[in-house]
Design a protein around this ligand. Structure first.
Ligand SMILES: Cc1cc2nc3c(=O)[nH]c(=O)nc-3n(C[C@H](O)[C@H](O)[C@H](O)COP(=O)(O)OP(=O)(O)OC[C@H]3O[C@@H](n4cnc5c(N)ncnc54)[C@H](O)[C@@H]3O)c2cc1C
Length: 308
């Protein structure tokens, strides 16, 4: 930043500003920097899986710390000539047909031609005390990220505001678990969902869970307190609501359908504005976020090349 609070590249606007330095945004920034594009990566430092010490399903990096991988990625981006700004973007203003001024909460500004938004999603957990505190440590949502680690255990699933997803993971978890018990917790299940759960061998409990606590005798185990007493499980899953961090895209006027900002090859409906990763695709895991970030970087580079 200069003394006016504006970041630029040798006095010129950046060719690309990437908002969000998680897996998708960092992969994009590295690939843009390697394509000799001037790139500014702005990151608030709160990737979705920040509470997990270990990440799974990423080849060559299985079991590694997500924070460590992102820290290496940020260093690599800097080494290729990228600029890294720590902070949270509060607004985007269009300055030209394809030109943007990006303002941070600190009041700092960054200007650029193209903006790529990779701000991820927020997982809204059921309002049960203890879930948030153990999120990513003993409370999980994704069988493909943590199912293998709970092979053969008893799993308690806490219901919430996302019955479709919660039903789906409860049934899938029977592939790994010794037993799966879904605490319905007020969820309004359809007959079809209930039948599917029972067909897959999921036990339904109507004892409302009022507190979840760690069981210190085993690494992933929890105790759930219900109106009828305490139950112990080998671990806990739950179905959050997935809320995309897409207010910047919506403010800029991007087209939305079924609650999600629409993209084609990373392009939004607004010229010069791109989006990638969980902010536009909630099921993406780390490998997909890395891949789609790299892919959209190439699309942006070629777009700029062809535009001249
Ligand atoms: C508990 C948990 C465990 C998981 N474990 C695994 C696993 O083992 N394996 C796996 O493959 N996947 C796992 N995932 C999924 C993984 O976290 C996501 O796939 C991945 O984080 C998506 O990458 P992303 O870049 O889209 O978003 P994120 O990684 O969430 O990055 C978004 C970034 O944007 C920043 N940001 C947001 N708003 C702003 C703003 N306004 N200004 C600036 N920066 C902003 C955030 O601070 C963050 O750094 C897990 C998810 C959870 C919730």
């Amino acid at each position: 930043m200069d003394e006016t609070g504006e970041a630029s590249y040798a006095g010129q606007p950046f060719e690309v500003i990437v908002v969000g330095g998680g897996f998708a945004g960092t992969a994009a920034a590295i690939n843009l920097a390697r394509a000799n594009r001037t790139v500014c990566l702005i990151d608030a430092g709160e990737p979705r899986n920040r509470n997990s010490d270990h990440m799974h399903g990423v080849i060559g990096l299985d079991g590694e710390s997500p924070r460590e991988l992102l820290s290496r990625g940020h260093s690599e981006c800097l080494a290729y000539g990228g600029t890294l700004v720590e902070g949270r973007v509060s607004s985007l203003q269009r300055t030209a047909a394809e030109g943007w001024s990006v303002e941070l909460e600190s009041g700092e500004r960054v200007t650029g031609s193209q903006v790529l938004v990779a701000t991820g999603i927020t997982d809204r957990l059921p309002q049960v005390p203890g879930l948030r505190e153990m999120w990513g440590q003993r409370v999980f949502h994704c069988p493909y990220c943590h199912g293998y680690e709970v092979n053969g255990k008893s799993i308690g699933v806490v219901g919430g505001e996302n019955p479709g997803f919660t039903t789906r993971i409860s049934t899938l978890l029977t592939k790994w678990a010794d037993s799966v018990t879904l605490h319905v917790n007020g969820m309004d299940l359809t007959t079809e969902q209930r039948d599917r759960l029972l067909d897959c061998g999921v036990q339904l409990s109507y004892d409302e869970v009022v507190q979840v606590s760690p069981d210190p005798t085993e690494s992933l185990a929890v105790e759930m307190v219900t109106a009828s007493g305490a139950v112990r499980y080998g671990t806990c899953f739950t179905g959050p609501e997935f809320l995309p961090n897409d207010h910047l895209l919506r403010q800029a006027g991007c087209a939305v359908a079924d609650g999600w900002v629409q993209t084609a090859g990373g392009k939004t409906s607004e010229p010069g504005l791109w989006a990638v990763g969980n902010v536009v695709s909630s099921p993406d895991q780390v490998s997909q976020a890395l891949g789609s970030g790299a892919g959209v970087a190439i699309a942006i580079d070629q777009y700029l090349f062809d535009r001249g």
